[in-house]
Design a protein. Structure first.
Ligand code: ATP
Ligand code: MN
Ligand code: MN
Length: 362
């Protein structure tokens, strides 16, 4: 079962899943600098250092007040030498020369621009940059570049996708989803997950998890896609069929990605008026439909944040000797698989309680 030892009020846990975090970030000046360093490491393929900077930023975000001196940071976990050096410089000079250098770097700027397109990741961005391309116009007029379907949609609806989705827009999309489910299968329900479930006011997309009656989960998403198509509100869809097989649990490579039926969509959201002169805007929507008995794990896994999930798995493994992923919780020592997780089981409530208590924006 998931039991969390209480951390003393003064100590900050090295696990994101044990830190209370408010929606207010009192250390923006530091976390924004650390995010630049994290992104720069990601663009250089340096995952370890990227994670280090993200962990440091997450710790600072969780603090109830602004850091006043670098000495205060000494009692904090997850702050490596590089992060500390940046904090020190910002405390002394108000900014970091390293961060400014990166922000002025042509490669960093171009990679960031290209990665802001839906469907473009660091690898593609780098290959474009290495060919000497620096602007969208250059990419779009370069004859040797063939965009895939996702990138084509990404460029086509770039303006819309770049505008953060509000809570009100997420609620309107939920109604669209509910209307579709009522038509497809009235016993299926939909819940908002991702950042909005953590209380965020804006998101880059809207994430939904569908709870379908037992054995009906695989039919739901293709039906939603079909329904949206017939209503002429679907701009792009990438459906991934479930590869989940209960008999294959435990899956020894506990993964961040899950095997449930899911889809990544671009949908038209009706609006009164829009900057573009249309009466709709394009919004990114993610849907996942796990088997009913896997719902609690999937809900937990899709609520995020990415670092929270990562640390929850790390906590389960290192502090509790258990393996957790979006499909299951697995006991390493007794080789017990918590196969039959029902809604009324203690574990489910422990997990839920846990989300409510700790899972606020990181
Ligand atoms: P934002 O508000 O910017 O959208 P977010 O926290 O909602 O932030 P998302 O990228 O939408 O970020 O991801 C939400 C959660 O869904 C994360 O915890 C992530 O781990 C999970 N997730 C996203 N894609 C997948 C996937 N393909 N398989 C499993 N889990 C995923
Ligand atoms: Mn999201
Ligand atoms: Mn998402």
């Amino acid at each position: 079962c998931v039991h969390l030892s209480a951390t003393p009020e003064s100590a900050v846990s090295p696990y994101a899943c044990q830190r209370r975090t408010t929606l207010e970030n009192h250390n923006k000046i530091f976390t924004e600098a650390l995010e630049v360093l994290a992104l720069n490491s990601e663009f250089s393929g340096n995952q370890g250092s990227c994670l280090g900077f993200r962990r440091a930023a997450s710790v600072l975000k969780s603090l109830p007040a602004a850091l006043r001196s670098p000495e205060e940071a000494l009692r904090l976990p997850c702050l490596g030498d590089n992060s500390r050096a940046v904090l020190e410089e910002i405390c002394e000079c108000g900014s970091s020369s390293r961060v400014e250098e990166i922000q002025n770097d042509q490669r960093y700027r171009t990679m960031k621009l290209f990665c802001s397109v839906f469907g473009v990741g660091p690898k593609t961005a780098e290959s474009w940059f290495c060919r000497g391309l620096k602007t969208f116009e250059q990419v779009l007029t370069e004859p040797s570049i063939r965009l895939n379907r996702m990138q084509t949609a990404g460029f086509l609806f770039y303006e819309d996708i770049s505008v953060p989705v509000s809570r009100a827009e997420a609620a309107a999309l939920k109604m669209m989803m509910e209307e579709a489910l009522l038509f497809i299968n009235p016993s299926a329900t939909v819940t908002i997950t991702g950042g909005f479930r953590r209380g965020k006011e804006f998101g880059h997309d809207v994430d939904f998890i569908i709870k379908a009656p037992e054995g009906q989960e695989d039919r739901i998403l293709p039906a939603v896609i079909k329904r949206f198509k017939s209503q002429n509100v679907l701009l792009y869809s990438d459906f991934q069929k479930s590869t989940f097989d209960l008999r294959q649990l435990p899956n020894h490579r506990f993964e961040a990605m899950d095997r449930f039926s899911k889809c990544f969509l671009l949908v038209k959201l009706q609006m009164q008026e829009s900057r573009t002169g249309r009466n709709w805007r394009a919004v990114r929507v993610d849907l996942v439909a796990p088997p009913l008995e896997r719902f609690p794990y999937a809900l937990l896994g899709w609520t995020g944040s990415t670092l929270f999930e990562r640390d929850l798995r790390r906590f389960a493994r290192l502090e509790r000797g258990k393996l957790l992923d979006n499909h299951t919780l697995y006991d390493k020592t007794t080789v017990t698989l918590y196969h039959t997780l029902h809604y009324h089981s203690i574990l489910f409530y422990a997990i839920l309680l846990y989300i409510v208590q700790y899972n606020i924006v990181l």
